[in-house]
Design a protein around this ligand. Structure first.
Ligand code: ATP
Ligand code: MG
Length: 582
């Protein structure tokens, strides 16, 4: 360690919010260059290589073949799939000296599809699976938490190519199993959840989430085994009423409800001035209409109104998952000024919809089925309408899954109430289907000599993110606690003492361990550095086994400490190597 390129820090970096970011910087694994852009130092690079090795071994084991694409890519393929535009601000675009447009690859579906098209033409060549471990670039809006969400990051991406749907199912299943093995080996707690397939289109799609309080993803689980990212949860809607039943419902009536711009104030006034005959009104009896602006990749803005029960908020991530690649931005004062028919605080469904006076697109929560009756805005200052019935008094332009999911909500498959938890997306597998192959013309001749479009799967693992996710999952107040397979070394060997005999004994142990095939991080720093400082560094760096050569040497013993459990044991110096390789 006297020559190792590392400098541990006593203090947390000012911009670090989560443990992995804090500890990886302090222990000398990574170093910030710019927001979301990090340098890997020697220790960090060793861990990153260990993750890569695990991923490579498991990909190779399912017969996937490694290739390596450039990160610098031409515009044309991404133009064909429209992702040059759809990726919006997330794409790093650049121009070469001849004014040609280029990009830094955020993901490589187009390139893989075209490569296979270039080289293969028969069903006999398939199935095929290719992967790469490569640096990706995304100009993330909120780079965050060090390498957890970088703008430059390492991803393993792989793609499967099949002629038939059954073939795709098999390729998908093989990848799923490989991912289970990868994440088992990475050694953190994870869940497999149904996912929204987002910008990629396609159908079957699952995510591997590391269970972590600091995660940006929320997922749900039911006692009966349902598990999904909240973005993918479908609302359980009540049965709509028949036309006859709807006809028997009382007519809607507009009431004065002064000073009720919020749901809370509205419910209070409803109960005091217009009480329900049998029970108290609650927020769930109200229909609130939330306005947002959709920003399309081409820069155009579209207004959208979302109608949902007043006891629920709009979940922006769920909404965004529905409208991707469109971005959701706030509806501003200026938008109200431009749309005087929308009365702030009193907007009702009768003024909404593409066919309505306002022309604003109106999508409702799936719970707003025909026959449901609502208290909602009357489109006049200080007035609400009671008993406004969906399907009778108003219609919408469709439904949208944008309302928050809450603990206790029913699972869509009837498997019980949902519970919520947070996680970090570590891997994503999905059946892309024929979308990319269609657009880019990847066809092969089938058994009958007929040209058929290939069906694809696309699979990603966040390799650099995994380094951080492991730390999130495995650290204590002293520092990082690496699982064996990922640690930058097998043994952290330190000298606690100044005399030459101690140092010589430690050097011999280091050489013997090395000869036995173990990697050693040898803290051979001399001089001013106290044993206390060396201990602190060892705990911070987090190698699984710490060996201290010090005072005990006089009795022929060294101390072996397990970083994880904190257990210490004195071991005879002549057997310590055998003890450590067991
Ligand atoms: P997220 O929802 O976290 O932005 P994504 O769905 O856009 O991720 P994919 O396109 O599915 O990500 O990429 C595959 C994997 O790459 C993800 O599962 C994740 O582990 C990793 N990844 C994606 N974006 C980043 C990033 N900005 N920094 C580090 N790893 C990332
Ligand atoms: Mg994803």
């Amino acid at each position: 360690m006297s020559s190792l390129f590392v400098r541990t820090l006593r203090d947390d970096p000012a911009d670090a919010e989560v443990p992995s970011h804090r500890l990886l910087v302090r222990a000398g694994y990574i170093r910030r260059v710019a927001p979301g852009i990090y340098t890997w130092l020697p220790l960090g690079l060793r861990v990153l290589r260990n993750v890569e090795r695990i991923v490579r071994e498991e990909m190779d084991a399912i017969g996937s073949q490694e290739v390596h694409f450039p990160a610098l890519l031409p515009r044309e393929p991404y133009e064909l799939t429209n992702r040059w535009t759809e990726y919006g601000d997330n794409l790093f675009r650049l121009t070469d000296r001849k004014h040609g447009d280029y990009l830094l690859g955020p993901t490589h579906e187009e390139m893989f599809t075209l490569l296979v098209k270039d080289m293969y033409s028969s069903y006999k060549d398939l199935p095929l699976s290719l992967y790469q471990i490569q640096t990706k670039y995304r100009d993330e809006q909120r780079p965050r938490a060090g390498i957890l969400r970088g703008r430059e990051f390492v991803m393993k991406d792989s793609y499967s190519f099949d002629v038939t749907d059954e073939g795709l199912d098999a390729s998908y299943a093989a990848h799923r199993e490989a991912y289970v093995r990868i994440f088992d080996r990475l050694g953190f707690e994870y869940v497999i959840v149904q996912a929204a397939s987002g910008a990629m289109g396609g159908s079957a799609s699952e995510e591997f989430l590391a269970v972590a309080e600091n995660g940006e993803d929320t997922y749900v689980r039911s006692p009966g085994g349902y598990a999904a990212n909240v973005e993918a949860v479908m609302t359980v809607a009540p049965e709509p009423l028949s036309a006859d039943e709807i006809a028997r419902l009382p007519a809607a009536h507009v009431e004065e409800t002064p000073d009720t711009p919020t749901i809370e104030t509205l419910v209070a006034v409803a109960n005091s001035e217009h009480p329900h005959p049998e029970r108290a009104w609650t927020a769930a009896d109200t229909l609130k209409n939330v306005l947002v602006v959709l920003k399309h990749p081409d820069g155009s803005r579209e207004l959208l109104a979302i109608g949902l029960p007043g006891d629920r908020e709009v979940d922006i991530k769920r909404l965004e998952a529905q409208v991707v690649p469109v971005e959701v931005v706030a509806f501003e004062e200026a938008d109200f000024t431009a749309n005087p028919l929308l009365v702030k605080g009193y907007i009702g469904p009768q003024a909404l919809g593409v066919e309505s006076v306002s022309g604003v697109r109106y999508l409702v929560d799936p719970r707003v089925v025909d026959g449901t009756s609502w208290i909602t805005g009357a489109n006049e200052q200080g007035k609400h309408v009671f008993g406004l019935v969906a399907g009778r008094d108003f219609t919408s332009d469709g439904t949208i899954e944008a309302a928050e999911i809450r603990a206790g909500d029913p699972a869509p498959d009837g498997s019980g109430p949902l519970e919520l938890a947070r996680g970090i997306e570590m891997g994503h597998i999905f059946q892309l289907g024929r979308k990319y192959a269609e657009v880019l013309g990847l066809k092969v001749l089938d058994e009958n000599g007929k040209l058929v479009t290939v069906t694809m799967g696309s699979y990603g693992v966040g390799v650099s993110r995994a380094v951080a996710a492991v730390v999130e999952n495995s650290h204590d107040e002293l520092g990082i606690v690496w699982p064996k397979e990922l640690a930058p070394a097998d043994v952290h060997l330190m000298v606690a003492g100044k005399d030459d005999a101690v140092f010589a004994a430690a050097e011999k142990i280091a050489a013997d361990l090395d000869a036995a095939g173990l990697t050693v991080l040898f803290d051979d720093r001399l001089g001013k550095i106290s044993p206390g400082v060396k201990f602190k560094d060892a705990e911070l760096i987090g190698v699984p086994t710490i060996v201290v050569v010090g005072r005990g040497l006089a009795d022929g013993e060294v101390e072996v400490k397990d970083r994880k459990t904190g257990e210490r044991e004195n071991v005879r110096v002549d057997v310590v190597v055998a003890y450590l390789i067991r």
